[in-house]
Design a protein around this ligand. Structure first.
Ligand SMILES: [Mg+2]
Length: 319
């Protein structure tokens, strides 16, 4: 089986070759998309490298799910609707069993999200996966990191820390008790908050997805928006997993652990209750603090209204 046979059998056959705005899919030198005039294209790409972004023994179906989901999460953070995806796979060998498992997981999630695979590449080398997603939004309505204003309230979706806990257990099973299925699921199969992102259009002043930890990612919003923030530790939606840990470690994992793929966004004060009601119908949403004018400064406040210092700020896998 050569490269083209593999693409045909394991990937191309799962998708329509033309549909809607897709004029030409896989099979030519490039795909052709007819983008509606009143839309803007929102493009995101990410590479996952074996031994850096995932463990070498991670299951191919989990690698596929995560590679696609982390890109979907970026599209969600932009308030766009994901439409088309391309995939570049670098594989150490032509392991058809691995490819079968990878492709069925990848194709399933893509189809569940109404994504069409429009192209990509298959090469030989150390295992790595590059995914690029193209989404659409009405012109001028995509969300950005740069719009947070002094006085805006800061929100996060879902809960924080479960994926970080699962990772800690894998790295140090003596210190961290066995992860639950839910924690492992959060690490390997995060679900992008696409619906929330769409609902935040025309409402949120800024938005980002939490891939590197709340502090790091909210830090990007503060920098881009030229503002600061105060976060109330008692309002953070800590994952139940963290209850197994002492308080400081729990806070550190929830705020710097990463891999949560929740959304962090800012809303102006005084929005009608109906806005929050709509958002909460999609997933849990928590107000965790407020934007202030201390440019690029992020202050953590404990339950006694005192400043709290966190031990490790930039937590990154394998570093
Ligand atoms: Mg992101």
């Amino acid at each position: 089986m050569n490269e083209f046979d593999i693409i045909e059998k394991y990937f191309k056959s799962a998708y329509p070759s033309s549909k809607g705005n897709l004029t030409l899919g896989i099979g030519d030198d490039a795909a052709i998309i007819n983008v509606a005039e009143e839309s803007e294209l929102v493009i995101s790409t990410d590479t996952l490298v074996s031994g850096v972004h995932f463990f070498e023994n991670t299951l191919p179906e989990d690698i596929a799910y995560k590679a696609l989901s982390v890109n979907l999460s970026d599209i969600a953070a932009m308030g766009a609707l994901p439409r088309w995806v391309s995939l570049s796979l670098t594989l150490p060998s032509k392991d058809l069993d691995w490819i079968e498992k990878f492709s069925s997981s990848f194709n399933q999630l893509a189809i569940d999200q109404s994504l069409i695979l429009i192209g990509g590449d298959l090469t030989k080398g150390p295992l790595s996966i590059t995914v690029q997603i193209h989404g659409v939004a009405p012109q001028g309505q995509s969300l950005r990191r740069s719009g947070a204003n002094v006085g805006d309230l800061i929100y996060v979706t879902g809960e924080l820390g479960a994926a970080a806990y699962a990772l800690k257990h894998i790295e140090d099973s003596n210190k961290f008790a066995q992860s639950t299925d839910k924690e492992i699921q959060r690490l390997y199969r995060p679900d992008a908050r696409i619906k929330t992102g769409l609902e935040l259009r025309n409402v949120a002043t800024s938005c980002i997805d939490i891939s590197d930890g709340l502090l790091a990612d909210l830090g990007h919003v503060l920098k881009a928006s030229n503002v600061g923030a105060e976060i109330k530790l008692s309002e953070i939606p800590y994952s139940d997993s963290l209850k197994k840990l002492d308080e400081d470690l729990a806070i550190t994992l929830a705020l710097t652990g990463g891999d949560d793929y929740e959304l962090c966004f800012t809303l102006p004060k005084g929005l009608p209750d109906s806005v929050m009601d709509e958002l909460k119908l999609i997933c849990p949403v928590h107000c965790i603090g407020q934007i202030n004018k201390d440019v690029s400064k992020l202050s953590l406040i404990n339950e006694n209204d005192e400043l709290y210092e966190i031990k490790s700020k930039a937590y990154r896998h394998f570093n």
